[in-house]
Design a binder for this molecule. Structure first.
Ligand code: AMO
Length: 442
């Protein structure tokens, strides 16, 4: 008999089927037993006797039986197969599982984060954990499709690079045949130079940040959703493109992830007709007026400022998202485009959502001579970014772009407390798959 996917069983009432999947939970009541069996398509209740009662959580099984309608009062509206159940006729155990270290059948896993991650290969099987990554897949796929629809071309960015495009110390040095190179902090220089070849590009790739602190919003390996395009008329065009992409992502998640959102009691971020936008200086003024905290001379927003300006955006503009523009030029990487009216500030724009930064972006310098001046001023070596400079030497149109962190977007769509939950295999300074102990240090 061919395998039937669990999701198809409600259409097959009265018929014999064979399902294959995992035992999620077994409930034995005397001679009668119930089990929830999951496969990639869903979950179904199976009814049987001693054979079924003998199964253990996470056993891999093949079950033949008849699909029956459940009695009215046994219908479970919470699952798609809630109107049916499978009466067991034959069970084959395909693979056994050892004793569970915790109750995988519980309504909520309720594990401390370290335990959730120590047992990642197992906890990834939990339906609510699976749901996080279904949402993330839709986010990434929507990012791709939104840009493809605007004629952007996908490229594969290198991970081994010779320079530190974003500046700062948060970079992993790699011994490369006796020379120093780095794990890519960002595909920034490649996406910009590719504008010279393809005009509009995007990439979905890993970036690496040697974040020396353990916070709820930082990883050392991040999935970066990068876009860059040329022939822009202004930095605002970059912001508009980003808004279009983010709206498309939300609409796709709304369409395809109803079940997953419901599992988390999550609602998509609220949007007004247009995502509000404020300059850094104005944001600081707003925060000062609202809280009395005078941060007006600061060069950037601290995490509590980001939370406050997001609160303002929601209360005053009805939006969970807000663009902050015109950051301090010297606090941004060398490639930012200073505002000609006031070069202290740059045509850069961050998107904040639900209290946290989701992306950075803006217009970039495209004039070769000005780029060389910035390279010197920012203390970079021309030879480290030779190909990038080569592109601009031979002419690149006005350009800009942005990068969204896929884990942060997923985390804030679902209201997760820690970004690690939104990464299949999160890396931080204390963990690479397993917890790193001091004795591991070389
Ligand atoms: P930036 O450094 O702001 O900008 O990174 C872009 C976005 O990537 C995500 N992100 C992170 N997420 C989790 N943990 C981290 N350690 C981490 N670092 C970054 C965030 C952030 O907003 N080249 C520019 C982008 C551009 O201008 O196009 C850049 O890298 O969501």
């Amino acid at each position: 008999m061919e395998r039937t996917l669990i999701a198809d069983t409600p259409k097959l009432v009265g018929e014999k089927v064979k399902i294959k999947g995992f035992v999620h939970v077994v409930r034995a009541h005397g001679k009668i037993a119930f089990a929830d069996i999951t496969d990639r398509s869903g979950v179904i209740q199976v009814v049987g006797g001693e054979d079924l009662a003998a199964l253990r959580p996470q056993y891999v099984v093949e079950i033949e039986g008849t699909v029956n309608s459940r009695p009215e009062k046994m219908v479970n509206d919470k699952i798609d197969t809630g109107k049916v159940e499978l009466s067991v006729e034959k069970i084959v155990v395909i693979a056994k599982s050892e004793e569970m270290p915790f109750d995988m059948g519980a309504e909520e896993l309720n594990l401390e984060l370290p335990t959730l991650l120590d047992y990642r290969a197992l906890t990834l099987r939990y339906p609510k954990v699976i749901a996080i990554f279904k949402v993330q897949e839709v986010v990434i796929d929507a990012f791709r499709r939104a840009l493809q629809a605007k004629d952007f071309m996908e490229f594969q960015a290198p991970s081994i690079i010779s320079s530190v495009p974003e500046g700062g110390a948060e970079v992993f040095k790699v011994d490369y045949f006796g020379r120093n190179v780095y794990l890519s902090q960002s595909p920034q220089l490649y996406k910009s130079l590719l504008v010279g070849a393809f005009e509009r590009v995007f990439s979905v790739n890993k970036i690496f940040r040697a974040e020396p602190s353990v916070t709820t919003r930082h990883l050392t390996e991040v999935t970066s959703l990068d876009a860059e395009f040329g022939f822009i008329d202004s930095w605002e065009e970059v912001q508009e493109m980003e808004e279009y992409v983010v709206r498309f992502i939300f609409s796709e998640v709304e369409k395809k992830c109803t079940k997953e959102l419901a599992m988390f009691g999550a609602t998509l971020p609220k949007l007004s007709d247009k995502i509000p936008q404020v300059k850094l200086r104005d944001a600081q003024e707003i925060i000062f007026k609202r809280t009395g905290r005078d941060i007006r001379e600061e060069k950037d927003l601290a995490p509590e400022d980001e939370r406050e300006i997001c609160k303002w955006a929601l209360e005053e503009k009805g939006s969970d998202l807000v663009f902050i523009s015109h950051f301090v030029t010297k606090k941004k990487p060398f490639y930012v485009y200073p505002d000609p009216k006031d070069p202290t500030y740059a045509f850069s724009v961050d998107l904040l959502g639900r209290g946290v930064e989701w992306s950075s972006g803006g217009q970039r310098l495209n004039d070769y001579k000005t780029i060389l001046e910035h390279v010197r001023e920012w203390g970079l070596k021309e030879e480290d970014i030779e190909l990038y400079l080569q592109s601009f030497k031979y002419g690149v149109p006005p350009l800009g772009g942005f990068a969204l962190g896929a884990e942060r977007v997923t985390m804030h769509i679902l209201g997760l407390k820690n970004i690690r939950e939104a990464s299949l295999f999160p890396r931080d300074m204390e963990r690479v798959d397993v917890r790193l102990s001091e004795t591991d240090q070389k």
